[in-house]
Design a protein around this ligand. Sequence first.
Ligand SMILES: C[S@@+](CC[C@H](N)C(=O)[O-])C[C@H]1O[C@@H](n2cnc3c(N)ncnc32)[C@H](O)[C@@H]1O
Length: 392
Amino acid sequence: MPNFHSNHLKTLTYPCHAGETTFLWEAHSHRGNKLVMASSKGEPLLIRIQSKKEGGFLIKGDKVTRPTQASFLQKVLMDFRDVSEANVTYSNIEPKKFLHVKTSPYLKEIDFFAHDFKVEREIWVEIGFGSGRHLLHQAKKNPHIQFIGLEIHKPSIEQVLKQCELQGIENILVVDYDARLFMEFLPSNVVGRIFVHFPVPWDKKPHRRVFSAAFIEEALRVLHVNGTLELRTDSALYFEFSFMQMMHLSQAEVHVKKNAALEITSKYEDRWLKMEKDIYDVILTNERESEAIDKMGTLFFDEKVDFSKIRKQFKEELLRGDGFFVHFEELFESNDERGLIRISFGANERNEKCYLLIEQGKVSYLPDAILATKSNQLAHSLMKEWFHGICH
Ligand SMILES: C[S@@+](CC[C@H](N)C(=O)[O-])C[C@H]1O[C@@H](n2cnc3c(N)ncnc32)[C@H](O)[C@@H]1O
């Protein structure tokens, strides 16, 4: 991440300007951290200033939910360096060190699926595609299908994007997102096949498995009639666990196979075949049409709050619900009426990090546009209760 160190920073009078950036105000926490609210080209951005043990300061962009482009952040930091007349002892913010982030039209942020994704043809999803052998094979063989590949391991993602480029494959969208939470971004009845091949077995921590009752329910909703959820695994425990969850479903039929051959084997499969391990397939076929769901919106607060009460009562706090949480991490005070609370929240599997900006009796998320996923909505309600408890 772009940052610089300085022995000295001039005390600023706000607002002040440098380059294309306006520095609006600053806020301090009891832990000795400082944030500066900046705005450049209409985009708000927080700069974090930490006092170093050995003296001097570390200045960097704050890692909030959606990190701003590294080059944009570097420019804002250069403007801050200039306006605060920093005496720089280390820096990686100069243009020659701008980080080059490789982008691909086939790599999508989760927001794309919330706001812009349009279903134009049948969709097949592969969860945890790893080396991508199966995904690439299927995409080449079925050019009329839109593939969505879910993976959380970055090198695997890069490898598959590179192969798409080299082989001219244009019908795969890749997303770096936890598969357990992805299905709620898809409309109902649009998916033909969901492949889950050799998922991590998590024998000692079954709650971490991709398969759960909630996951199967969402998978059935997005599958069209006769669409299939296909698990392939070498783990007898995972096989039994998933089979048990599917057995009682009234709107779907389950088929089981042992040691069936597929057209293409993955790296994992090759390894198990060499060891002569049994391989199980569990195929769930959806038999019922599901109701449409509303398009996913964003979350906002509409109640009035009293910052003076929040200042007095704030303490670091972790609140937990069923599968979700809110962690009120740190309060930053700017003046009697304005401050920021750094929070993390959302599903246990994947947390969001952002700030709650409190200004003139109102609360807003920073950055804004927090997606109204099921777990974010639950966490949001818990935050509203928390504000209510303090302010009323
Ligand atoms: C054992 S590997 C199997 C890879 C590939 N399917 C194969 O057969 O070679 C499991 C893959 O699932 C990915 N994965 C694990 N949990 C995931 C999750 N919750 N969402 C998406 N991908 C996940 C891992 O990063 C890993 O690449």
